[in-house]
Write a protein that binds this ligand. Structure first.
Ligand code: ADP
Ligand code: MG
Length: 247
């Protein structure tokens, strides 16, 4: 049996009387894109935050590469390579794409952030930064200030910055939100390349993207996973169609 990169067991988190996640178990396997879908308020973001450590579950367990991480805080989990992608590091609007990615690289190497201005002239970072920028599809925008990027380009910058942190998994909470058709198509292609670097847990409402990308899909409704399966299995699942896909 393949060892999961991430294994969630019976995660339960209530806000007052509301069980936002109710006994959720799922695994993320090496190399896979596992999509998590479900209506608004289903508990998807609450689940992601229990993986990053932003929210402590009432009960249940999270194992990362075979190791129990329940006692670790957000920073310790991030150091292991388990951070919410796209939110780990804030983009600095006044800095160029390249400078932002260099800052992310410095953060990854543990260098002190307060002194980042001199370190931005550290040419040992330029090459790696350029690699991540190219991998995110922004090679021709490296010298542009972040403030001048389009919405879609900004997402790409966030991907480049996420790559700089050498994550062991990508935890993506609705990366397609607010993107137009063309942007969503580009991001879909980027994510299909990203999976070669690390497996992806993908929370997403854009079903075209989910069906194009996912190896497995789990459906969360009112805090419970009602189905996990391949794209074909989920499309054919009667309860999923009734309660979520609406066709
Ligand atoms: P999703 O991401 O699937 O839309 P969320 O995980 O954000 O759902 O929320 C699940 C449920 O938990 C919702 O009913 C939401 O209102 C509630 N909820 C989320 N965070 C909190 C919180 N910090 N305090 C109280 N209720 C919350
Ligand atoms: Mg959410």
């Amino acid at each position: 049996m393949v060892e999961p990169v991430l294994a969630l067991r019976n995660l339960r988190k209530s806000f007052g009387a509301l069980a936002a996640t109710n006994d959720v178990s799922l695994t993320l396997l090496p190399g896979e894109i596992h999509a998590l879908i479900g209506p608004n308020g289903a508990g998807k973001s609450t689940l992601i935050k229990q993986i990053t450590g932003e929210i402590r579950p009432d009960s249940g367990a999270v194992a990362f590469m075979g190791r129990a991480i329940d006692g670790l805080d957000v920073a310790a989990r991030a150091r292991l390579g388990l951070a919410r992608s796209f939110q780990v590091s804030a983009v600095i609007p006044d800095f160029t794409v390249r400078q932002n990615v260099m800052l992310a690289l410095m953060g990854a190497s543990g260098r002190v952030f307060r002194f980042f201005r001199p370190a931005l002239s550290d040419h040992s970072l330029t090459g790696p930064a350029q690699d991540h920028i190219a991998a995110a599809g922004l090679a021709d925008r490296a010298g542009v200030k972040a403030a001048e990027l389009s919405h879609g380009e900004r997402r790409k910058l966030e991907i480049a910055m996420a790559l700089a942190l050498s994550p062991k998994v990508f935890l993506l909470d609705e990366p397609m939100a607010g993107m137009g058709l063309e942007g969503a198509a580009q991001l879909t292609e980027l994510l299909s390349n990203l999976r070669r670097k690390a497996p992806i847990l993908l929370v997403e409402h854009d079903m075209d993207a989910v069906f194009a990308l996912a190896d497995r899909i789990s459906v969360l409704v009112y805090g419970r996973i009602i189905a996990t399966g391949t794209v074909a299995e989920i499309r054919a699942h009667p309860e999923v169609q009734r309660s979520y896909l609406g066709d």
